[in-house]
Ligand binder design. Sequence first.
Ligand SMILES: [Zn+2]
Length: 173
Amino acid sequence: MKPGNITTNNTDTSKADEKYMSAALAQAVKAYKIKEVPIGCVIVHDNKIIARGYNRRNTDKTTLGHAEITAIRRASKVLGDWRLEECTMYVTLEPCQMCAGAIVQARIPRVVIGSMNPKAGCAGSILNILEMPQFNHMCSVTRGVLENECSRLLTDFFKELRNSKKRAETETL
Ligand SMILES: [Zn+2]
């Protein structure tokens, strides 16, 4: 095989990955608009997005309001199965321990991550729940797809949050 072929294949995969990660980013923007930490997720089956989710933890007042949990619940409803064995998940931020656990439980074969989360991520940062050979299911993980866009959204969000806190403090003086 010519080296060129390998490059072409990789480009095709990464183009599709970028397309679906953009859709996950659009979900993250929905969270941003309701003042939630902007994290978004989509689940793809047969080259089609079958479920979407974005962080609504504060809005819905539930720790289960993470983007991935919402997307998993919806995908299971669409497919009529708790097993999501032919699906790929795209998520803008490295999943936490709860979501990584749910991903393994749902037997999702492939997970594509935007930016990593050194403080809470469980797909390689603190733990790597997605790739533990001791569990009966291991995911294949791709990291860093549209990383800059995914992390910039979070940076902007926290910057804006700090600024509005500062403004509030100034106003009370
Ligand atoms: Zn989570």
